[in-house]
Every structure is written in structure tokens, then in C-alpha cells.
Design a protein around this ligand. Sequence first.
Ligand SMILES: [Zn+2]
Length: 311
Amino acid sequence: MISPASILFALVLAQGTTVDVLIRAGTVHDGSGAPGRTADVGIRGDRIAFVGDATAAGVRGTRTIDARGLIVAPGFIDPHTHVLEGIGSAVARTPTAENLAVVRRQALSAITQGITTVTISPDGRGPIDVARALREAEAGGIGVNIFTLVGFGSVRQRVMGSSSAPATAAQVDSMRRLVEQGLREGAFGVGAGLFYAPQSYASTDEVIAVISAARPFGGVYDSHQRDESSYSIGLLNSVREAIRIGRASGLATNIGHVKALGVDVWGYADSVLRLMREARAGGHPVVADQYPWTASGTGLSAALLPRWAQA
Ligand SMILES: [Zn+2]
């Protein structure tokens, strides 16, 4: 197997070559996990064309950036962000200069953090009409790469409204068809936010029945899990549920913004990791992403209103 590092450091251009941008003398972290090393990086068009010692190789840049003392790295992927929420609707519905400017600003907030790829569908939300959303994002001049998941919440809302009833067989069928359509149109898997109403009304088995429609396409089950604390089924049961849903659906599981939320579950992080390791040892791929901060955030109604009041 060729590692990313060996590809990267095999990029050597002919003597005397000019690149569009030459980033000089930064500490390059190539994403392989290898220690950083001082190197020059040459970019031509939208491709990395050179990594190495530009002086020795005689590579010059039309534009040169002095990166001494700075880190040079591939763009980060943010798998759980709301930064572009609404792009598929507001902008393309009304592609005014003002809307486009808003989008650019929002993309800018990602890019200035070094993030070049974001999701547009966290927490089981996001567009059902995946092809259209991707088309509109591109037409809007979006400044970052995006990927989307089919939102279980969006699908359930479309078919059942805010109903707290269990899905009938016919409703499960309708939801499965929407999941299949989204995957066919380019979604990377299925997301759910079982903490939120009306997704919270779905039983474990209902979720599996619906999202297993994605199995032939592969991809990921991304979960804002049902309980990150002690609100309903408890953190550890919730982790078990997320893993069970992913495994039964045949999708790799990502536990979104994994955390032990609130004093009731402080100290549970080791137990969460143990459940994940056990699942992995059993052959089911489970990963997680994590906030880079110690606080948490959600909507006011989700935090304060009981779920029975939201049906
Ligand atoms: Zn979330």
C-alpha cells in the first residue's frame, strides 16, 4: 500500500519549474500522522505539484508565501457543522447577490479555521432532495467542499410529520424509498438525531428498518445519539443503541460529537470508549468525532421542552 506521505513526497518537478503558489519553509503535516517536517509546497491550479526543497530543486513560485513558524496541512474535514445550513434552500431559491454574499461569508468562517470540507446535514436533518441540494450549492459559488447524508429526521418528517406514533409498514416503505433516492443521488450515508423530536419518537427497530435501505450503497450511519446524558435511556444505553443501529443496518457508525454531558455521566468517557472498542473488536467499524471545546450547544426547545409536547 502506498501511504499518503510517499505520494506527497514523491512530487518532484523538473529543475527550473514555476508553480502558481510556493509556500516556503512551513512545517508540513501531511495528514498521515507522520511527524511534521520543514518543506516547501508548490501549488499549480488546484493541485499540489511539489513538496520538498524548492531552492535545491530550482522550483519558483509566481506568488510566494513565507510560512516559517507556521503549520502547512491539508484542509480539515468538519463532519458536524451547521455553518452552511440553509444553503440548499435560501440561496438557490433566491439567488440574490445578498444571499450569495451570506454564503461566501459562511464558507469563509470554515476556511479561516482551516476547514475545507463540511457536511450540510448534521443531526438527521438536511436536504432530502440530495441532487438538487448539491447542484444548488455548486451554483451558489460555494467556497468549500461539501458532503451530505440522508437525514432520518428529514425523511420521517416528510412521511409522518411530527407524529409520535410508531411508523406503519407503509410509512417505513415510503421512508426507505427516500433514503434510497438520497444515496443514489450522492449522499454518503444516513444521519440521525434521535435526541430531537420527532426523530426521538422512532424506536430502535424503526430506525433500523428505515436506514437499512442504505445498506446496498454502503457509507456511514452518523448519529447524534438519543441520550448523551441521563435524560432518557442514559448515555451508555444510547451508545449501545447507536452501535446496534449501525451494525444491524450494515453501515459504519460515527458517534457525532461524542461526549459525557452533565454531572450525572461525568467519568463515563472510558465506558463509552470501551463499548466502541468492543464493537470494533467484533468487526463493526465505529468511530466518533468530538468538539474541540468543553461546552455543548443545542436549541432552546430541544433543551427545555419535553418530547411529548413536541408531537
Ligand atoms: Zn448534534
